[in-house]
Design a protein around this ligand. Sequence first.
Ligand code: GYE
Length: 327
Amino acid sequence: MLKRISMLVVAGLAAATLSACGSSGGGSGSGGGGDDAITMGFSQVGAESGWRTANTKSVQESAKTAGITLKFSDAQQKQENQIKAIRSYIQQKVDVIAFSPVVESGWDTVLKEAKNAKIPVILTDRAVDSKDTSLYKTFLGSDFVEEGRKAGKWLVEQYKDAKDPVNIVELQGTTGSAPANDRKAGFQEIIGADPKFKVIASQTGDFTRAKGKEVMEAFLKANPDIDVLYAHNDDMGLGAIEAIEGAGKVPGKDIKIITVDAVHDGMQALADGKINYIVECSPLLGPQLMDLAKKVVKGESVPPRVVTEETTFTQEQAKTALPDRKY
Ligand code: GYE
């Protein structure tokens, strides 16, 4: 699927072919800023995590730097709010719409409306599962399956000599979201090869610290023998750490913790020994998003998939990286 193709087309936004004669279907955005002035309507998921805050900042700052007028709305993790926002951007005849879909399904109707209005759409951060890929120009973001695999590979390596079962609990991201689906699948793909790895409980913590804590408390009550926590983001992991400490256990020792994102607070907990491994997911998508928007509005061709480059961090690596971390 999309995700597979993606690897081939990374990065090289180069080879742009100037194809169109007319530019956007928008018509707005030309008042005063010269004929290059672009208005972007951006529908953000919410403000659920440190990652999201950093992502929002990146989008807002890069729009400013790129001279793009940004109309921004926060959907508070609700698909219906995103659909409303997109419809309002269509009505306002923005030049380009970008959004980070909270869940994967259910976008075809509104995306068709944008297409009919000739307003190009860019997916950023999260994917949709629409079969019709002509409904959007490109998808900029991480490879979440690969992130799950990285988490799984670290775990397999850590327990390579273990004979006993390894009891894992999983805090999933928002139900139905691309990162929750894919991080689960990638992780499962790797650990599934060895039956000693057992996911004994798996539940959504909605990518928030509060929910992560609450669900981990329930996990701890129901399962006395948890060896590993795999949390789909740092925030849920940080909430879970509070629950683990509250239960009189030592996070990072009694229960090994793997998370995804590598935002500042997560990296601090990693450096402090409370998290054991973090798979990075970069929220700094703003600059690439603005480049893509300019091209798309001009009618230039762009790669259908642009994958963010990412790494992983051990506790030692976190100590080194922390002072220069921007978010
Ligand atoms: O990992 C999580 C956030 O979509 C990649 O959403 C993003 C995820 C990120 O809430 O912290």
